[in-house]
Write a protein that binds this ligand. Structure first.
Ligand code: FCB
Length: 447
């Protein structure tokens, strides 16, 4: 393989999220989140697992940051847990919760790792869900208030902020498919939730800019999948276009163009009535960084068995698959190109990419995860291809730093560069972790 060198100052990072790693679910005044409620409800998560303890990062944060430093990462994207900081969703601030993130930021900076703070990675305070959750427009003000608290405390040291992780998943997997907390199955609620999440991105951006005195970069991370038709037939191509609208354009258009397919789509209008109010789209359209989370693509065919949308997903033969998705490295390039077609003026970054592998510890204590290394090599090469083509991707963050609680799929799906033994909490840097460290050091792929 050729040497693929990345631009100088390319940001190699790793990512995690609060609920998936922290544990300590009821310690130091943390409030209950919708994920506590959901995972404590039998039948919602594989094997009825929950993240009460998870990777115990709340107590092992120092050791974990030391490992990041060992890998040589330049930046760490993590999320702050709203219920840890404002346990009732609004009102009283829990100092101990804020202190936790304060210590993390200091430790990262001490180790020369840039903190990338994400304000919302799905662990909504349960009390706010009880008041309607994201489908209730009122929540946008609560989110702005919570943002003010976090920005007020961490803003003197944090430059890069993400408001939300994957609004589409929060809205549609949580409020329509019901596979994530809060487990609702109401399409109208999901469409409303999505709009309010995007609106809250705008409100929170204003808050960060007013609260933080030095120049900041504010972004959002989106789950994006290139959508391909199963065949070249007109019906399949149209099916793919509908899904592209529903999964990608529904978030990209408001953020990058100031328009919304929700307004165009007759179906969405019938389902939701008037949810976009005057001024909303202007408020939403502010972005310094667009974070692309890429895992796989969607191959779609026309299928009238599914009413309204008339589509079904196809899993093409002959490709490699993982515990969750088809492995399709070219999709990384494809989705970056699709985003670039909007001619965005903000920075682009890959904020998540990774693969679940049923890793195990070998007799000598090593975790030989060749499959992850192959996945990473092929995907990073596609990021390089995009850069060569003139798409200025600024960074690449691996999901995830360490094995963690994979939502409704529990602990079976391991995504980490670092293996976590769930019984002892022992950490082992996997072969992929050592490999990624070399990539960072070489600023690219050498083998
Ligand atoms: C993304 C999520 C992240 C993790 C990965 C596998 O959708 O942002 O928390 O679950 O998928």
């Amino acid at each position: 393989m050729n040497t693929l060198t990345f631009p100088k100052n390319f940001i190699w990072g790793v990512a995690t999220s609060s609920y998936q790693i922290e544990g300590a679910w009821n310690e130091d005044g943390r409030g209950v989140s919708i994920w506590d409620t959901f995972s404590h409800t039998p039948g919602k998560v594989v094997n009825n697992e929950n993240a009460d303890v998870a990777a115990d990062h709340y107590h092992r944060w120092k050791e974990d940051i030391a490992l990041m430093s060992e890998l040589g990462v330049k930046a760490y994207r993590f999320s702050t847990a709203w219920p840890r900081i404002v346990p009732d969703g609004t009102g009283k601030v829990n100092k101990k919760g804020l202190d936790f993130y304060d210590r993390i930021v200091d430790e990262l900076l001490k180790r020369k790792i840039e903190p990338y703070v994400c304000l919302f990675h799905w662990d909504l305070p349960q009390v706010l869900q009880d008041k309607g959750g994201w489908p209730n427009r009122e929540i946008t003000n609560h989110f702005a208030e919570y943002t003010r608290v976090v920005a007020g405390r961490l803003g003197d040291r944090v430059t890069t902020w993400f408001t939300h992780n994957e609004p589409w998943v929060t809205a549609f997997v949580g409020y329509f498919l019901g596979e994530h907390a809060p487990g609702k199955k109401d399409i109208g609620a999901a469409v409303k939730a999505l709009h309010h999440i995007l609106l809250s991105h705008g409100l929170a951006s204003d808050v960060i800019r007013s609260e933080v005195k030095h120049p900041v970069k504010i972004g959002i991370t989106l789950n994006l999948n290139p959508v391909h038709p199963a065949t070249d037939s007109k019906k399949d191509r149209e099916a793919a276009e509908r899904v592209d609208m529903f999964m990608n354009r529904i978030v990209l258009d408001p953020l990058l163009k100031g328009t919304s397919p929700i307004q165009e789509s007759a179906i969405a209008k019938i389902l939701t009535g008037k949810i976009i109010q005057a001024g909303d789209l202007e408020k939403i359209r502010q972005l310094d960084i667009l974070g692309v989370n890429y895992y796989s693509r969607a191959v779609m065919k026309h299928d009238s068995k599914f009413p309204v949308v008339n589509v079904a997903q196809v899993q093409p033969e002959g490709n490699e698959y993982s515990g969750m998705w088809e492995i399709y490295p070219e999709g990384m390039y494809g989705i970056l190109k699709q985003v670039w077609s909007y001619q965005p003026t903000c920075e682009l970054m890959v904020t998540e990419n990774g693969v679940p592998v049923p890793d195990g510890v070998d007799f000598d204590g090593r975790v030989r995860d060749e499959r992850r290394i192959r996945y990473l090599r092929n995907h990073i090469a596609q990021v390089h291809r995009a850069i060569e083509d003139g798409i200025p991707v600024k960074g690449y963050f691996h999901w995830s730093m360490m094995d963690n609680f994979e939502w409704n799929l529990g602990y079976g799906q391991r995504f980490g560069l670092v293996y976590v033994d769930w019984k002892t909490q022992k950490r082992i840097v996997k072969d992929s972790g050592r490999w990624f460290a070399k990539v960072i050091q070489a600023n690219g792929l050498e083998e």
